[in-house]
Design a protein around this ligand. Structure first.
Ligand code: IPM
Ligand code: MN
Length: 357
């Protein structure tokens, strides 16, 4: 197969972790005889520096012409403490999601048996947890009307959802649930928020389309608690943009590290495959960041963008082997054991793919 990948490493540790994922992709290409070409493009702070725009038109065109986008991270401390900044690196990621129509962000949370003791949660709580968080990605407060009034002293962000936006994401979540353990949890704050009441109303109307799926409803505050109290309760969880952002950072504790959580953002145009973590500027250039979330995002790319299941599995097997063999960066390496660098982990995973499938 001919595969055209847009490479958007972004800022901070983005370039380092994306380089490890391309090593894994190249290994897969050799092993399974695919022809892969990469088109690099700028996003985030590095794009602001060059174009004054965190998601320039050039980058958008590269994405549109590609079969999949591999994304690293955006964010730069130069902007974090400047509330007056007119453009922000994060705006690049948001424009990319909006312009590509990527309304669904799939964030699977799994446990690796060799890592259950690395989770801040007790072994008996995390063991066996396996859930898919379906986060709505182009609506809600992120994109609703926002602004200031009263001379700047009052600020607002609007959480707005239309029936259509809710229907398409809930339908997708129902479909994934029907392919998994047939349990969907709709997470909202319907006891307080009108937008959540519409979510609940629409979800209830759609329930009947998948009679084999059990649907339950949970308030987001309770869901935040249940996720760490009893994560194995969940199979598929669907929720709006902001709740999904927050709950998935929390859920990364189940796996043991933010550096393990991969995601796929899919919708109307080219899909984006991205780790859930940020640009971790303190670690940039130090070769210490965990590349596994990005490598696992590449696995999702093969599975979701190209329906190449075997290739995805080969990457996952290599990642699992690296974890079992203790080829781990500092976020996961047990105290006293050898800590591996970002590039050592990437090299190890790539050679495992070449030698073992
Ligand atoms: C994520 C990130 C982004 C988000 C930021 C960087 C805009 O936290 O992908 O979860 O809030 O969606
Ligand atoms: Mn986030």
């Amino acid at each position: 197969m001919n595969i055209r990948i847009a490479l958007l490493p972004g800022d901070g540790i983005g370039p380092e972790v994306v380089s490890q994922a391309t090593k894994a992709i190249d290994a897969i290409a050799r092993k399974f005889s695919h022809e892969v070409s990469y088109s690099p493009a700028l996003v985030g702070a590095c794009a602001i520096d060059k174009y004054g725009d965190p998601f320039p038109e050039e980058t958008f065109q590269v994405c549109l012409k590609s079969d999949a986008v591999l994304f690293g991270a955006v964010g730069d401390p130069r902007y974090d403490n400047d509330p007056t900044a007119k453009v922000r690196p994060e705006g690049g990621l948001l424009s990319m999601r909006k312009k590509l129509g990527l309304f669904a962000n799939l964030r699977p949370v799994e446990t690796f048996s060799a890592l259950v003791d690395r989770s801040p949660l007790k072994r008996e709580i995390v063991q066996g947890a396996d859930l898919l968080c379906v986060r709505e990605l182009t609506g809600g407060m992120y994109f609703g009307e926002k602004g200031r009034r009263d001379g700047g002293d009052t600020a607002y962000d609007t959480c707005i959802y239309s029936r259509y936006e809710i229907e398409r994401i809930v339908r997708l979540a129902l479909r994934y649930a029907s392919q998994r353990r047939k349990h969907l949890t709709v997470v909202d704050k319907a006891n307080v928020l009108e937008s959540s009441r519409l979510w609940r109303q629409v979800a209830k109307e759609l329930e009947g389309e998948y009679p084999d799926v059990t649907v339950d409803y949970m308030f987001v505050d309770n869901a935040a608690m249940q996720l760490i109290r009893c994560p194995s309760f969940f199979d598929v969880l669907v929720t709006e943009n902001t709740f999904g952002d927050i709950l998935t950072d929390e859920a990364s504790c189940i796996s043991g590290s933010m550096g393990l959580l991969a995601s796929a953002s899919i919708g109307e145009h080219t899909g984006v495959y991205e780790p859930i973590h940020g640009s971790y500027p303190q670690a940039a250039g130090k070769n210490i960041a965990n590349p596994l979330a990005t490598i696992l995002s590449a696995a999702m790319m093969f599975e979701y963008a190209f329906s190449l299941k075997e290739e995805g599995t080969a990457i996952r097997k290599a990642v699992e082997a690296s974890i079992t063999e203790g080829i781990l960066t500092e976020d996961l390496a047990p105290k006293g054991s050898k800590v591996h660098s970002t590039s050592e982990v990437g090299d190890w995973v790539a050679s495992y793919i070449l030698e073992n499938n």
